[in-house]
Design a protein around this ligand. Structure first.
Ligand SMILES: *Cc1c(COP(=O)(O)O)cnc(C)c1O
Length: 363
């Protein structure tokens, strides 16, 4: 017997979301390209299967680091792999050349290392500029110098200049426009292809769409915004996190459920126990009342999330039996809603799903 809890991954929805992202890129220019970000195990969806499904569509896939890129090569992925965190040590430069990884280099020390490296052929290199996120990236005033050093060295080719937005998911925050202007001010006259947009920028900031766009989260079918958005709301959730009712019990008013007795029945209540918990990636911070779909009907999380189990008040869900279907999030219950109840971000809920949770892929 397999445990019924699993993440059902709809690869056709993934491909359709990619096509939507790519159509937004192409609104900037017919030659604009959309790479697919599959870092962090493809935001929890399983990097090898997701990359294999996107490889026929996307010209390039992006991961955070060399380790993730090597794992994709081992899984048979052959498209170029952009390393969003660049190179963390000099010996990774040879690996990049050998395996067609494209580093996004983000400081002058990395430029120096690339220029000093004995390379058999030039390495496709992206340069990250810090326009206001202030985590990584060379200073805007350094761009022209470092770009010319790289270009004239013969060690780098197909250079792209990139930046990353701090607040593109905030639709009325003008800082995205500020960041775009800061990049244009230093990159415009160099006539180099640009890459700026993550998912929220690709969806909502037309001026951020450039020759290369870098959506991640939206490919998995959820909106990066916490308000309605006409295009984002057309995305199709790729993951449906499912389980089954394992046990049922009737509680008298006044009885409590679970560790710490944090939920107490106000009336005679029917409680369903589901074999899923924080050990499967369901957030322990989910509050009493978090919706859980039972046969498509909204039950209410009742009591603390345990490692392997949750308990749900299904009193108002109609007839419920052991074995009935449960949706924790996905097609009919947005992960964004669950993340609000858990006081975290949907990015985190998806990304930290552990290996224990079975992924089932549907073409
Ligand atoms: C993760 C990441 C992205 C993708 O961001 P989403 O919000 O998931 O679309 C793009 N660019 C960089 C540099 C990233 O680290």
């Amino acid at each position: 017997m397999t445990r019924p809890s699993h993440a059902l991954i709809d690869l056709a929805a993934l491909q359709s979301n990619y096509r939507l992202a790519d159509s937004l890129s192409k609104q900037a220019s017919a030659t604009a390209q959309t790479l697919a970000v599959v870092k962090a195990n493809a935001y929890g969806h399983g990097a090898a299967a997701v990359a294999a499904a996107l490889e026929p569509l996307a010209p390039v896939l992006a991961v955070a680091c060399c380790d993730e890129a090597v794992a994709l090569r081992e899984a048979g992925i052959v498209k170029p792999l952009l390393l969003l965190e660049g190179i963390l040590s000099d010996d990774e430069i040879a690996l990049c050349v050998a395996r067609n990884f494209w580093p996004m280099i983000s400081d002058v020390r990395q430029v120096d290392a690339l220029l000093a490296a004995p390379l058999e052929r030039p390495l496709t290199t992206w340069i990250k500029v810090d326009t206001g996120m202030h985590r990584l990236g060379i200073q805007p005033a350094e761009l022209a110098t470092q770009y010319l050093r790289l270009r004239d060295s013969g060690k780098a080719d197909n250079i792209v200049v990139a930046t990353h937005f701090a607040s593109a998911d905030e639709l009325d925050n003008p800082f995205t426009t500020t960041q775009i202007a800061r990049l244009a001010a230093v990159a415009g006259r160099l006539k180099i292809p640009l890459s700026m947009a993550n998912s929220p920028a690709l969806l909502a900031w037309a001026a951020a769409r450039a020759e290369w766009n870098r959506p991640g989260f939206m490919l998995y079918g959820n909106s990066p915004f916490d308000q309605p958005h006409a295009i984002a709301d057309r995305l199709q959730p790729v993951m449906t996190f499912r389980s089954q009712v394992m046990a049922l019990r009737q509680l008298a008013a006044g009885e409590a459920v679970g560790y710490g007795e944090t939920w107490r029945a106000q009336r005679p209540s029917l409680i369903a126990t589901i074999p899923v918990g924080y050990g499967d990636g369901y957030p322990r911070t989910a509050a009493n009342g978090t919706p859980v779909l039972i046969n498509g009907q909204p039950g209410l999380l009742a009591g603390r999330v345990s490692m392997d189990l949750i308990t749900v008040d299904v009193t108002d869900c109609g007839p419920v039996q052991v074995g009935d279907g449960v949706e924790l999030w996905g097609r009919h219950l947005a992960v964004n809603e669950v993340s609000r109840w858990a006081a975290t971000s949907p990015y985190e809920l998806l990304t930290r799903l552990p290996g224990r949770l079975r992924r089932v892929y549907r073409e």
